[in-house]
Design a protein around this ligand. Structure first.
Ligand code: 5MM
Length: 335
């Protein structure tokens, strides 16, 4: 087993998943505004340190994706955040893209940037303790989208990013996110997501990326949030697994879903149903941002000094998702 494969498997072993705490300052400010907490570097750190010191970190959270600001911050005990994460039994990672910008040639779509100077930034993050990285491409579905141009250019960027990350001895998380916003059907989502993922792997192979040393972070197959026709959770699980079986090479060790705007319970339930029918060798787990943090953030905002109470809320959510990643969750475990 290669070293990168060992890291990828370790992050997702035994039902563990990933905490996506890599909100850029703009996004984190929106989240904090939403609960009336001022978005200062101190408050952003306090909330995140509260999560990173919770007991679920050792049993449930195999890896944490950090943002540039956080990886360089010091915890209240004066150790660096990546050290705190390691001490808690988890693995630190870092978001390395610099955001999605308007794609020239297709003004309604986006291309993720951040390749310029990436090799140098990766070396710095490696020294700071990162063992894995993340890059997210975004695609929207409507009559003419995603365009071939957006599918091709984002896949190319994801592959160039992945090759550079592996060159620097870290595991790339490859995140092509087909957004839930829109009127499209689950079938449209199935077709577009399959096309997007297949193109990503075509480019990853062309760029000689070792597929055993990556983690794929896709969306689940869902009907658009404005679609009149919804499908059942069982149907979501079936279509999602079918899409992965058709488009992901078997060498890939692990798949960790994004939650993409689903509620906490819905993303847990869908993950559980997928694992209940998982007949592949892929480890299928979670890499949730909102679906792991929402309740904890709400609780914390009422009293930002209530560390233990906030951790309890976070521990519960992480535990539920770790059960779901093993197909062992049921609704009556929710409190
Ligand atoms: C945590 O949010 C990440 C994006 O932050 P920016 O938009 O500020 O760059 C995002 O990539 C996240 O990691 C994934 O979308 C998964 O998060 P959700 O909330 O969809 O599970």
């Amino acid at each position: 087993m290669s070293e990168l494969n060992t890291i990828a498997v370790k992050i997702l072993e035994k039902g563990k998943g990933i905490l996506a705490a890599d909100e850029s300052t703009g996004t984190m400010t929106k989240r904090l505004d939403g609960v009336n907490v001022p978005s200062t570097p101190e408050n952003r750190l306090l909330f995140r340190e509260t999560l990173f010191s919770a007991s679920c970190m050792s049993e449930c959270i195999g890896g944490v994706i950090l943002y540039d600001e956080t990886i360089k911050q010091e915890s209240s005990k004066r150790n660096k955040i990546p050290e705190l994460i390691l001490e808690m039994g988890s693995i630190p990672g870092i978001k390395v893209d610099t955001g999605a910008k308007i794609l020239a040639g297709s003004t309604n779509e986006k291309i993720t940037e951040g390749l310029d100077g990436l090799r140098e930034r990766l070396k710095e993050y490696y020294k700071l303790g990162a063992k894995f990285t993340k890059w997210r491409g975004v695609y929207n579905i409507s009559e003419n989208y995603p365009s071939k141009l957006s599918i091709q250019s984002n896949a190319h960027a994801l592959a160039r990013y992945s090759a550079l990350v592996q060159e620097n001895d870290m595991v790339p998380i490859v995140e092509p996110e087909v957004l839930m916003e829109g009127e499209h059907s689950a079938n449209d989502c199935f077709e577009k997501t399959s096309e997007v993922i297949k193109k990503c792997f075509e480019e990853l192979i062309l760029h000689k990326v070792d597929l055993k040393g990556i983690i794929l972070k896709p969306n689940m197959i869902l009907a658009g949030n404005k679609s009149k026709v919804k499908i059942s959770n069982k149907e979501v699980a079936k279509l999602t697994l079918k899409c992965l079986k058709n488009s992901v090479p078997t060498e890939v060790p692990g798949i960790a879903f994004l939650s993409g705007g689903q509620s906490e319970i819905e993303s847990t339930e869908n993950l559980d149903l997928i694992n209940k029918i998982n007949d592949t060798d892929f480890i299928i787990s979670y890499s949730y941002g909102r679906a792991l943090q929402q309740s904890a953030l709400k609780f914390w905002s009422r009293d930002i000094d209530n560390i233990e109470g906030t951790q309890e809320v976070f521990n519960h959510r992480a535990k539920m998702n770790t059960l779901a990643a093993q197909g062992n969750w049921s609704k009556d475990l929710e409190i």
